[in-house]
Ligand binder design. Structure first.
Ligand code: SF4
Ligand code: SF4
Length: 339
């Protein structure tokens, strides 16, 4: 993989050039003690002090709400549709996503590309360039190395930056042609990078369990009691799904404007909500929280690997950080290993 070096002092100038042709730039910004991805106008707004952002960058490709089409009833009773308009999607650069977030683009693409291509998702993905930044620190919730990831993994990124030396610059690994085009915009700001290895600058994320063993035991535990014991305190609040970079549950809703016009919108949902599977008949095939917890884990660790050859979890740890009742996914997964 081609490598370059960019001094930290040149980052602002590079990101300025990246925005020159009208691209939107999204990056981690800290507000009121919380760091999340925001649209920024200058590199001065960017904060990279965090281990992980509160929200992932998923919303750039899969927005929290999105209009799929609009309709208008004409005076003669006919209905005209205004289809999804991909030309309205802005070219965007996402700077600063961690390797576990970049890796989550693969399961998301698997879900939205399975069977029928999802046009809104694929059109957005075509217009985004992802600039990842390796992790030099981790916390007790991180477990990327337990699910096949790595704090310096370039998977999913178009460019991967790693802070090297005493923090005075970044090693830039150019992963894709889109990444190369972005580096070329920086011109002389990028220098040659011979002899720099990122390995010495990465976080040491401990492996907490054997994911192959966990998957094997989980697949055989469908009727077991473990789902009840693990989910006994789950509130079904959905926070774990809303912060997850790989969760893709959504609902389709009608946003009517009077009786003659409206929008069909897609919004994030969660298989942890009791309403998610409630039928109009009143029957709910997943009527208990333990059934919903089972679905969440089996989907991520068994069904997705079987159908899409990718896990639905990259070990970012957000679900455990966000859970109001301290459910810790890495600990729960570890319990399957010992069944
Ligand atoms: S399930 Fe939890 S740890 Fe895994 S990717 Fe989603 S938020 Fe991160
Ligand atoms: S965040 Fe915690 S309490 Fe809320 S649904 Fe997820 S596991 Fe349950």
């Amino acid at each position: 993989m081609e490598q370059k070096y960019i001094p930290k002092a040149s980052l602002k100038a590079w990101l300025g050039k990246v925005r020159d042709d009208g691209r939107r730039l999204y990056a981690p910004v800290t507000e009121n003690g919380k760091t999340s991805f925001r649209r920024v106008k200058s590199a001065d707004e960017i904060s990279m002090e965090h281990v992980q952002t509160a929200q992932s960058a998923k919303g750039v490709a899969f927005p929290r709400t999105e209009r799929l089409f609009s309709y208008v009833r004409q005076p003669d009773g006919d209905v005209t549709l205004q289809d999804y308009d991909p030309s309205a999607i802005p070219d965007t650069v996402v700077f600063g996503l961690r390797p576990c977030d970049a890796a989550a683009l693969k399961p998301l693409s698997g879900i939205f590309g399975w069977d029928t291509e999802d046009k809104p998702f694929s059109e957005r993905m075509r217009r985004v360039v992802f600039v990842g930044v390796s992790c030099s620190r981790c916390d007790a919730f991180c477990f990327c190395t337990s699910v096949g990831g790595h704090p310096g993994s370039a998977e999913g990124s178009d460019i991967l930056l790693t802070v090297v030396g005493d923090g005075e610059g970044y090693l830039a690994e150019i992963v894709t042609d889109r990444g190369r085009a972005l580096v070329e915009k920086g011109g002389d700001l990028f220098e040659s990078a011979t002899g720099i290895s990122k390995e010495d600058y990465l976080a040491e994320v401990p492996v907490r369990f054997s994911v192959e063993e966990v998957q094997r035991k989980m697949a055989g535990a469908f009727e077991g009691d473990i789902w009840k014991s693990q989910s006994a305190r789950c509130l079904g609040c959905g926070a774990c799904a809303f912060v997850c970079p790989a969760c893709a549950c959504f609902d389709i809703q009608e946003n009517a404007r009077g009786s003659g016009a409206g929008d069909r919108i897609r919004c994030w949902d969660s298989c942890g909500f009791s309403l998610f599977t409630l039928h109009t008949s009143g029957h709910n095939p997943r009527s208990t929280q333990s059934q919903r917890w089972r679905q969440r884990l089996l989907h991520k660790f068994c069904y997705m690997p079987q159908r899409l050859s990718v896990r639905g979890c990259t070990g970012c740890g957000r679900c455990s950080r966000a859970c109001p009742v301290d459910m810790n996914l890495a600990e729960h997964l570890g319990e399957f290993e010992h069944l």
